[in-house]
Design a binder for this molecule. Structure first.
Ligand code: PLP
Ligand code: SF4
Length: 435
């Protein structure tokens, strides 16, 4: 999985999505069943990939099992059988766009499109005005969703942003007023970290990103310590940092952030070690580090993609070799195609433990498996064995109430549970943690 930078990196950004996938060069290599699944499931769940992913990351000899194919292409198992059959019948009969959209909307509503109160909670106010496109859940950190960064290089169907990718209308969550954020930060000096998120802020042109970042620097806020940027671009479009025509300007902007005394942290969404193995990904890491940014990974644990300790051992050891710090291992969330990608919490814990035992201490910086639940970020510490019943030990890494953080508590051991809200307190003293 190596490439020479100059010859193989596609120059032009060419997305593949529902509308053009059937004319893509790889379409003919897919079996009729896989082709049908892509056509049917993509009526409901957003789908987008690009030429770099298709040419450099997917091993077409092992499709459909290939992990990157599983990660990026719609799969039959993502929908319940009856929903799949219903949509397949509509597709086969050549139903109109309106009919397809109507049925797809009904299926989508069953897929918990707004987990953890995403659209309704954690939106702060300023002088009585709700600040849409800003979230303030934990004391020190504020999320900002720049309007032009609300699309992504891929549309992962386990991502809690997926409704944003299908809805152009009212449930979109975005903001284009950096001045409002600055005023909010002035009045809330407890906030040390601003996280630019999406979608993927790295889909923005540098000239657009600059309109958000520069005013933030110029505001010279004494309380602002860290600017984080969450992105999948290192994995799915590393040219963003290497050969795109505004990549040099981007790196200069990053240098400016660092020179102004603000810590710039790139929060890299990496799902599989293969994403870090191409020459252009290494080059992107080198350039990012040269800009003075620090790099972290946050990676969801996903069945069919990385549900194997060996993948994590490789991911974390390669991460550290490249100078990136492993940060979070996330439990796949309770939204979208959860049924297809989920793993029981005890299984997630076993994979984390086995993988972490194989790497040096520098890679054991990773925290996980972590559920980003309504109540906060909950880490699974693992089963505690003991009579008369067995318990699962957990702790909050983040909570609205900081008093809850770093205090181990117990749930009744449930070998099937895949999310926090399926767990029950083990004993009376554990109950407050479940409120
Ligand atoms: C994870 C998360 C953060 C950042 O938490 P850290 O522990 O500082 O990485 C901030 N806001 C929300 C809503 C989050 O889910
Ligand atoms: S934000 Fe990350 S998880 Fe969500 S669709 Fe984009 S790449 Fe996937």
């Amino acid at each position: 999985m190596n490439l020479s930078l100059a010859s193989r990196q596609p120059r032009r950004y060419r997305p593949f999505q529902r509308g053009n996938v059937q004319s893509a060069p790889f379409w003919g290599r897919l079996s009729p069943e896989v082709r049908e699944a892509v056509s049917v499931v993509s009526t409901v769940l957003p789908f987008r990939t690009n030429e770099y992913v298709v040419r450099e990351l997917i091993d077409w000899d092992t499709v459909p099992d290939d992990p990157i194919f599983q990660l990026t292409f719609p799969q039959r198992g993502m929908l319940a059988e009856s929903d799949y059959e219903r949509m397949a019948a509509l597709v086969r009969s050549g139903a109109s766009k309106a009919e397809l959209e109507h049925a797809a909307g009904q299926v989508r509503r069953k897929l918990n499109p707004h987990p953890a109160g995403q659209a309704t909670h954690n939106v702060p106010s300023l002088d009585g005005r709700r600040l849409e496109g800003i979230q303030h859940k934990y004391r020190e950190t504020v999320l900002f969703f720049p309007a032009q960064g609300q699309t992504c290089h891929a549309y992962c169907s386990f991502c809690f942003r997926w409704p944003q990718f299908v809805d152009s209308g009212e449930s979109r969550f975005e903001n284009r007023e950096i001045d409002v954020l600055i005023e909010y930060l002035r009045r809330n000096p407890q906030v040390t970290d601003v996280i630019l998120t999406g979608g993927d802020p790295m889909v923005m042109r540098t000239s657009v990103l600059r309109q958000y970042v520069e005013p933030l620097l110029e505001a010279d806020l004494p309380s602002l310590r860290t600017l984080r940027i969450g992105t999948k671009a290192l994995s799915f479009w590393p040219a963003r940092f290497v050969t795109d025509d505004d990549s040099e300007d981007l790196l200069r902007l990053f240098e400016r952030v660092v020179r102004s005394g603000i810590h710039l942290a790139m929060m890299l969404h990496v799902s599989h070690p293969r994403e870090l193995m191409t020459a252009i990904a290494s080059e992107a890491v080198r350039r990012l580090r040269n800009s003075g940014a620090t790099l972290f990974t946050q990676s969801p644990l996903i069945r069919h993609v990385n549900d194997d300790p060996a993948a994590w051992t490789r991911l974390w050891s390669d991460t550290v070799r490249l100078g990136i710090t492993p940060y979070y291992m996330f439990v796949e969330r309770n939204t979208g195609a959860k049924r297809y990608f989920e793993l029981p919490l005890v299984e997630a814990h076993r994979i984390h433990q086995e993988a972490a035992r194989q790497v040096s201490g520098l890679a054991r910086t990773v925290r996980g498996p972590v559920m980003s639940a309504f109540a906060g970020k909950v880490e699974v510490l693992g089963p505690l064995e003991g009579a008369p019943e067995e318990a699962l030990s957990l702790q909050f890494l983040q909570a609205r109430d900081p008093e809850r953080v770093y205090r181990p508590f117990r749930a009744r051991l449930d070998l099937e549970a895949t999310w926090f809200d399926e767990l029950e307190p083990f004993a009376a003293e554990d109950e407050p943690f479940f409120e």
